[in-house]
Design a protein around this ligand. Structure first.
Ligand SMILES: Nc1nc2c(ncn2[C@@H]2O[C@H](COP(=O)(O)OP(=O)(O)OP(=O)(O)O)[C@@H](O)[C@H]2O)c(=O)[nH]1
Ligand SMILES: [Mg+2]
Length: 437
């Protein structure tokens, strides 16, 4: 058989469903996100073949298509077992790679991981993907009583140990990063910030909305408090544009709010993959408020399904209130938005409809953020006039909304702030030296 010369960046898609019509839209988008050119697809509706996933005849079609197009990789939308991957590899021309949906997602994450944390999470996910595959090989070698058969058994056994050791080292490092980040969140709250997180499926428009909500980047003179502030939050019409977390300050007069953008969800994510990204999702789990962003231009069934999955992921750990944001209203007629709101009312009561791209509804969203966050407390402190008093007054200016300061024999500060800030100001006030009579 002769065909096109093999190109490692050209992919052929394969999808099998138990029943119904296979839909390859999402897997094509994923392939595109990993920078593959999709040259063709084979699809099949039948129950899974244990050896090859697809049926024999379909695999022949697949091989022919690969030869014809010169594809260097076959991407299955299904999850492939280790043996299926191996068997398919033996059918395909030499050097053609076989990837499944999860392998592809890991590749995309690997390409996008820039921070140490993101890289560790990707490596953890890869090792967790590989571990059961190696374990399967080891147990097979043992069952066959052929340890060391073709040199495989022993190598795999030590590989299994290496993977386990590496997993526990990565976990330790990620735990440390999580502790540092938790500490940073506490410091931010103590300095008067409310923490809001954007969550939702990939491509819903989270990063676009973040830019819309964000004020300038000049957050704070406090060195080191905001090392994750970024000038850009990239948006692209592509799955998984954002992998790390980006934090920016919201443009609000009433409060100091930091908004964090996070990695998007996707359907069918296996548990181990979600777990590997837990520390990224901590920004969501530990926020004071979550904005769950959905693309309102999608079909209602898809929106519903995405909301259900998002709620499952969030409610497991989340205590903060969730506000559903229906984004991309510029793409649909107003009547359709109303219809969809009504249809979703059980899942998403009182959603806010916005266009992150055009800015529609963003003021309503800011009002809603203000309403949902815990109310500010009002306080009036009477301070002795000492040298240290001025530094406390300026601290209060930095961390609260000051209504009035009265300088007389004593200093009277009237302000509103987050409860933690009020508490801290009281503590600081009680530490002020009492002036000598
Ligand atoms: N028409 C329209 N397009 C939008 C709107 N908001 C975002 N988009 C587009 O939708 C695509 C995805 O937007 P992003 O902001 O990158 O989405 P995201 O949720 O951050 O995606 P990930 O980072 O992959 O999780 C981009 O092409 C945006 O320009 C909107 O309000 N209206
Ligand atoms: Mg993004």
């Amino acid at each position: 058989m002769t065909g096109a010369p093999r190109d490692p960046e050209t992919a052929v898609i394969a999808t099998r469903v138990d029943r119904g019509t296979p839909d390859t839209a999402e897997i094509r988008e994923l392939a595109r996100a990993a920078d593959y050119r999709v040259a063709g697809e084979v699809t099949q509706t039948r129950k899974e073949d244990p050896a090859l996933c697809l049926g024999e005849g379909k695999v022949d079609d697949l091989v022919a298509l690969v030869v014809e197009t010169g594809a260097g990789v076959v991407i299955f939308d299904n999850r492939l077992g280790p043996y299926q991957t191996y068997n398919l590899g033996t059918r395909l021309p030499d050097g053609v790679e076989v990837a499944d949906r999860f392998r592809l997602i890991l590749d995309i994450f690997g390409q996008r991981a820039q921070t140490r944390k993101a890289q560790l999470q990707v490596e953890l996910a890869e090792l967790r993907y590989e571990l059961p595959r190696v374990e399967a090989k080891v147990s097979l070698a043992k069952r066959d009583e052929r340890p060391g058969f073709m040199g495989l058994g022993e190598y795999d056994e030590s590989r299994e140990q290496d993977i386990k050791a590496r997993i526990s080292r990565i976990r330790e490092e990620l735990d440390q990063i999580e502790r540092d980040e938790e500490h940073r969140r506490e410091r931010r709250r103590e300095s008067g910030f409310d923490l809001v997180a954007l969550a939702g499926y990939t491509n819903a428009g989270k990063s676009t909305l973040l830019r819309r909500l964000a004020a300038d980047l000049d957050v704070d003179e406090n060195e080191g408090l905001h090392p994750d502030l970024e000038a850009t939050a990239e948006s692209q019409d592509r799955l998984f544009t954002t992998l790390g977390t980006t934090t920016r300050r919201a443009d609000m007069d009433r409060r100091d709010v930091l908004v964090t953008d996070t990695v998007g969800f996707i359907s069918d994510l296996p548990h181990w993959l979600v777990e590997s990204f837990k520390s990224t999702l901590d920004a969501v789990y530990r926020a004071d408020l979550v904005l769950l962003v959905v693309d309102v231009s999608e079909p209602i069934d898809e929106i519903r399904e995405k909301l259900v999955t998002s709620h499952d992921t969030l409610y497991e750990r989340n205590e903060a209130p969730i506000v559903t944001v229906l984004n991309k209203v510029d793409k649909v007629a107003e009547a359709e938005v109303e219809e969809k709101k009504a249809a979703l009312s059980a899942l998403a009561p009182y959603p806010i409809a916005v266009s992150g791209r055009e800015g529609t509804g963003v003021d309503d969203l800011l009002d809603r953020i203000d309403d949902e966050l815990p109310p500010y407390e009002r306080e009036r402190l009477v301070l002795p006039m000492t040298d240290e008093t001025m530094s406390l007054v300026s601290w209060i200016h930095d961390n609260a909304n000051v209504n009035d300061v009265d300088y007389g024999e004593q200093v009277v500060v009237d302000f509103e702030a987050r409860p933690v800030v009020v508490e801290k100001s009281r503590a600081k006030a009680s530490e002020l030296p009492v002036p000598a009579e």
